[in-house]
Design a protein around this ligand. Sequence first.
Ligand code: 6GU
Length: 247
Amino acid sequence: MLITVITLFPSAFPGILAYSIPGKQLGKLWDLKTINIRDYSDNKWQRVDDTPYGGGAGMVIKPNIIHDALTSALNNYPGKPPAITYMTPRGQLFNNVVARKLAKNDGLIILCGRYEGIDQRVIDYWKIHHNMEEISIGDYVLFGGEVASMVVIESVLRFVPNMMHNHTSPENESFEVRDINGTQVDLLEYPQYTKPAIWHDYSVPSVLLSGNHLEIAKWQIEQSTQITKTVRPDLWNSYNCKKRYEQ
Ligand code: 6GU
C-alpha cells in the first residue's frame, strides 16, 4: 500500500510510524511519501494562504495550491485510483469500520489542513470528482491534520494483509474481542496480566492461573462486558441492539 501525505510539515513524517510493526514493514508491505504543500505555492514568497472572504481571524489555504498538490499526488498512482481523505474535525467520525474499508485500497492519499482551513471549493471539487472523504478522529480540535493522519495510518495498517502475522491479530483487541464461540463482538478489551503473580499486594485473578481455558474465556468476556457497560454505555447499547437483530 502506497500512502501519500500532503502536508505543510513533511518532516513530521514518518515520525512514530518508523517504529514497531509499521516501521519494520515500511518499504516492504507499505510505503510512505510526503508532498509539501509549500512546493505548490503560486508566489515567490512561498505563501500558501490568504485572508478569508467575509473577514474573521486566521488564514485560508488557497484552492489552486491544494489542487496542484492533490493532482501531483494522484499522478503517482498510475493504476487503480487510491482512496483520498481530508483530515478535518468536520468529517465523518473515524473508527475501525472506516479503517478496514480504507485498508482494502492499494493506495491512500491523505490531505492535512492547517490554520483555519482550506478553501471549500477545492474540497467540493475533489469530493465530487475523486470521491475524497472528510474524516475526523474525534470531537476535539487539533491545530492540524498531521497527528490525525498518523492515527488513521496506524489503524489502517493493522488491517493490511500480512501486517500482523506472528503478532497479536487485530481481531482480539478492543472493539474486536471474540466470544467463546470465536464470534467477533464489539466490546472493549479485557485486562491483561503477566509475571510476577503478586505485585504490591495485588494478585493476578486466580482463574487466569487455573489452566481452565473455558473458564478463562468466560472470565475474559465477563470483564469485557463489565468494562464496556461502565465506560462506554454507547458501545454496550449498540452491541445489544446488534445481538438482538442477529437473533
Ligand atoms: Cl482530522 N483534524 C483536525 N485539525 N482536528 C481534528 C481532527 C482532524 N479530528 C479531530 N480533530
